[in-house]
Design a protein. Structure first.
Length: 404
């Protein structure tokens, strides 16, 4: 079978994309350098009580090279990355020197407004700072990962929105005994979460696992680049913000699991659900959780988005309306996807990204969308993509062809 004949069947292959695929939209680990990733995991865990060694690994050339590869993934043609690559060795050496001499200072964030569909303020770090973010997370993430609960699904390897929705479905089916018992759902999120993260509390949590003063210095530098006068907040869009968001709310996870003894709990960033057969129990837990968040983390439940729902009525969770009888993708999420797809196609036409990037984006969305009742929508999207990219072949497709 030649490449052209294989290319014609690409759309049908994507439309039948297996939901059990290893794809994960939140997988931030680079798979093309497992040895380096292993170095980070090994040293971070075994050298916890040796601060100088932990810092040494963070500042190592190998770790910075890995961080650079992570930071450029899916963005290889962007001007800022091409500029950094022109003098790659010198730029990485300079970053290493700045770290070792404690002279590193993040550059000012570039802020823009994103309507997707609700309005968000996104603050973007300079590429050299993104390399530092990855270098830090490479080393400290393994120290916290084993402390996270299983049912925290954002920005973790092997997790993601689809896995969170599937876990939610598992809990609902288990409690309902095949829809013979009523199940109630406490659905909530945190009000202005990223803007309200308190730096002093976050650093106190981090110190439980990291006692290296140099690593803590770097974390404070990164946090202060966005800090307000109240020393609160983290910028949406930074890798470190995503990671610290899990560290901060892991305190809530542990409280729910070990203090409340709640078994049926799923969290994705600041969105979370609790399921129980008793509406009264969920009402009690809601008040206890609200008090814990206020007293321990200086956070509040969102007053308009916190409610207790009978599962038969359907609950909006991570872009889907999920009930025992259907899973419907919300219209605003379909509009959001179409806007992103249009933007990605424009970037491809302008030479900013490769077809591999387009393919990965589409593959991930199909895996998510296939879990809902979206057959006709997927057929329409795939037909459009096939017409536009009929002469393109991604590396994944090529490798599958070689195996055949």
């Amino acid at each position: 079978m030649g490449i052209k004949s294989y290319d014609v069947g690409r759309a049908s292959w994507l439309n039948n994309f297996n939901n059990n695929s290893n794809f994960n939209a939140n997988d931030r680990n680079v798979n093309n350098d497992n040895a380096l990733r292993g170095i980070a995991h090994h040293n971070a865990e075994t050298l916890l009580l040796k601060p100088r060694n932990l810092w040494k690994v963070l500042c190592s050339t190998k770790n910075l090279e890995l961080a650079y590869k992570n930071a450029r993934k899916h963005k290889t043609l962007r001007p800022c990355i091409l500029e950094f690559e022109e003098n790659l060795t010198e730029n990485l050496d300079l970053l290493r020197t700045e770290l070792l001499f404690h002279s590193y200072k993040p550059r000012p964030l570039k802020t823009f407004i994103l309507r997707d569909p609700k309005t968000r303020k996104i603050s973007k770090s300079d590429f050299r700072d993104r390399v530092i973010h990855h270098a830090l997370c490479n080393i400290i993430e393994p120290l916290f990962e084993k402390r996270f609960i299983h049912d925290s699904y954002a920005n973790r390897k092997g997790k993601g929105t689809l896995k969170a929705i599937q876990r939610f479905e598992h809990f609902r089916k288990k409690l309902s005994h095949n829809n013979t018992y009523q199940v109630f759902i406490l659905k909530s999120d945190i009000r202005h979460y990223f803007d309200e993260v308190d730096h002093s509390i976050l650093l106190k949590i981090i110190r439980k696992r990291i006692n290296d003063p140099k690593v803590l210095w770097l974390i404070r530098r990164i946090l202060s680049n966005y800090s307000t006068s109240k020393r609160k907040g983290m910028p949406l869009g930074n890798l470190t913000s995503q990671f610290f968001a899990n560290v901060y709310l892991n305190e809530l996870d542990q409280f729910v699991k070990h203090k409340l003894k709640a078994k049926n709990y799923v969290r994705y960033v600041d969105d979370f659900v609790l399921l129980h057969n008793s509406e009264e129990k969920l009402t009690e837990w809601k008040e206890i959780i609200a008090q814990f968040l206020q007293e321990e983390l200086f956070l509040d439940l969102h007053p308009e988005k916190t409610r207790i729902i009978l599962s038969d009525h359907g609950v909006d969770f991570l872009g889907l309306n999920v009930s025992p009888f259907h899973k419907i993708m919300k219209k605003r999420n379909v509009r959001s996807f179409k806007r992103k797809l249009k933007l990605i196609c424009e970037k491809f036409d302008n030479g900013e990204i490769t077809y591999d990037d387009v393919y990965d984006f589409l593959e991930g969305w199909i895996a998510y969308a296939k879990y809902a009742d979206t057959y006709n929508l997927r057929r329409k999207i795939i037909s459009t993509i096939e017409d536009k990219f009929q002469s393109e072949v991604s590396l994944k497709e090529y490798n599958r062809l070689r195996k055949k």
